[in-house]
Ligand binder design. Sequence first.
Ligand code: KMT
Ligand code: NI
Length: 176
Amino acid sequence: MRAFYFDNIPGDQRLLHDSGNPVSDEILKSAGVLHWHIPTSQQYQIDAVAEKRNYKNRDTITITKQSLGDLYEAKLKNFYEEHMHEDEEIRYILEGSGFFDVREHPTDSWIRCHLNAGDLLVLPAGIYHRFTLDENNMIKAMRLFKDEPKWTPINRDSSTDANPYRVDYLKSIAVN
Ligand code: KMT
Ligand code: NI
């Protein structure tokens, strides 16, 4: 995985948008964002991570025009709306590639994380983020979750800063 500040230049979201400023693992960690690389040939290692972090369930999602059919455009639009969840978002990339953008606090800069096969990303509950395909237009990912999947995105608006999970997230990064 490679992380860098998004350049904020308007245009196709699937392009790199690399500002030229890299983002270190320390910065990611202080935002509560974790990542590992586990080659897909060693997928069994996911089981150990899942057990350690109490991820009891999983499924896989393939995002292509073909797999999503009529829902494709609407899904992609939703994935790219800035949102948060009341649970961790855990993704292990099996094939293809894509961008997870996370908002840095308090600058509100976008940090763009480019994920490829073998990358495992954990976004903490309450972090503002969005997802887009890149120019390869294909990603297959394993989604891991602790109990019931809580996929429901909570789009950022004037009320989300008061969401208890957002408040807890900000507390958790303040102690770093
Ligand atoms: C999400 O929550 O934005 C997604 O699941 C994106 C697709 S996972 C590669
Ligand atoms: Ni999300």
